[in-house]
Design a protein around this ligand. Structure first.
Ligand code: SP5
Ligand code: ZN
Length: 344
């Protein structure tokens, strides 16, 4: 299994985020990828840089004005006399207008994001576009016949929707991979999201579609981020009705319960009969994760990998969250190890 990676992710280093009422150092740090890469290189994986893709590949999933906002946001911020990390200071909640986007940078930021934990710095766009190209490259490898590929994406993507960012995510890497597979010969695709947090962006992007199924195991949004999506009664709409499946799980979930939910996820995926699988791989389900409350162990990630690989589907694995930096390499390597010797 090949690993797609570029050091350009380092251009995004958000400095700080709003967490429990205080600005704290960003949990989503460049060190995460350094440690994953080190573990995968030690395990002997071949690492390759991403290919270049035209902007049209992004616009298959994202809104053009939104992409333009991300590309130009920090320059606008600097032009208004500020510098450093951009965070929003207001959002269009109930009672405020949602029919017009303010021309000023602060209003535009509140328009396009939904939290104050997703900073934009001078290098964010460069890193975001590089992560998207890693995901597209991994999808291309699988479309061209590889049985599996891993995109070491940073920043992550599954909270980003067609025209919004948040949750440390800017462009939706997994959705771009899924759409690429659809556009290159795969009739149906399933996205399985195993990050601790609900993949609200991916769900939104494919909500009304029957060609890309979205299935997610995550902590209940009753108490966990992103709070306002990810409930079990969300099933998709229109042509996509029945093509979204949410399996929210309680705080403290361990492998046996997680495994049982994974079986349900695969029953649904089997009914959809996809030609390929995209895995949004967050390892923030780990017992020592600093912002999460599931209890998976390093050994459990090998089991998870075995479950995923055993499906025998061409698979694109896309990195999402995971903030226990010391163990993130072993946990990701544990999942990917199951794919190593696999041939379809
Ligand atoms: C990609 C990804 O994993 N994004 C996660 C974004 C989470 N950001 C806000 C986290 C709020 C954590 N609150 C602490 C609750 C502890 N149980
Ligand atoms: Zn997460």
């Amino acid at each position: 299994m090949r690993v797609v990676h570029t050091p350009l992710h380092e251009r995004h280093d958000g400095a700080y985020e709003l967490h429990r009422g205080a600005l704290v150092p960003s949990f989503e740090s460049p060190e995460r990828v350094h440690i994953i890469l080190q573990a995968l290189e030690q395990a002997g994986y071949g690492v390759m840089p991403p290919r270049e893709f035209p902007e049209a590949a992004l616009l298959r999933v994202h809104d053009a004005e939104f992409v333009e906002f991300l590309r130009t946001a920090h320059a606008r911020w600097r032009a208004s006399g500020r510098d450093g990390s951009m965070l929003p200071s207001g959002f269009p909640a109930r009672g405020l207008r949602r029919d017009r986007r303010p021309s000023g940078i602060n209003g535009a930021m509140g328009w396009y994001t939904f939290d104050a934990s997703t900073p934009i710095v001078a290098g964010t766009w460069e890193a975001v576009i590089a992560a998207a190209q890693c995901a597209l490259t991994a999808a291309a490898l699988v479309a061209e016949g590889e049985s599996a590929a891993y995109a070491l994406c940073r920043p992550p993507g599954h909270h980003a929707g067609r025209s919004f960012y948040g949750g440390y995510c800017y462009l939706n890497n997994a959705a771009l991979a899924a759409q690429y597979l659809r556009d290159h010969g795969c009739g149906r695709v399933a996205v399985l999201d195993v990050d601790y947090h609900h993949g609200n962006g991916t769900q939104e992007i494919f909500w009304e579609r029957d060609d890309v199924m979205f299935v997610s195991l995550h902590a209940s949004p009753e108490t966990e981020y992103p709070y306002f999506l990810g409930y079990a009664d969300e099933c998709g709409a229109g042509a996509g009705e029945g093509c979204t499946l949410n399996l929210p799980l309680p705080l403290g979930t361990r492998w046996p319960e997680y495994r049982a939910a994974l079986d349900l996820a695969f029953e649904a995926i089997d009914r959809h009969a996809p030609a390929a699988l995209v895995v949004s791989l967050g390892v923030d389900t780990f017992e020592a994760d600093p912002i999460s409350a599931f209890k998976l162990t390093t050994a459990d990630y090998r089991e998870l990998g075995a479950c995923l690989a055993a499906r025998g589907l061409p698979t694109v694995v896309v990195q999402e969250g995971g903030y226990a930096v010391a163990e993130i390499g072993a946990n990701v390597a544990g999942v990917l190890g199951a794919f190593a010797g696999r041939t379809l």
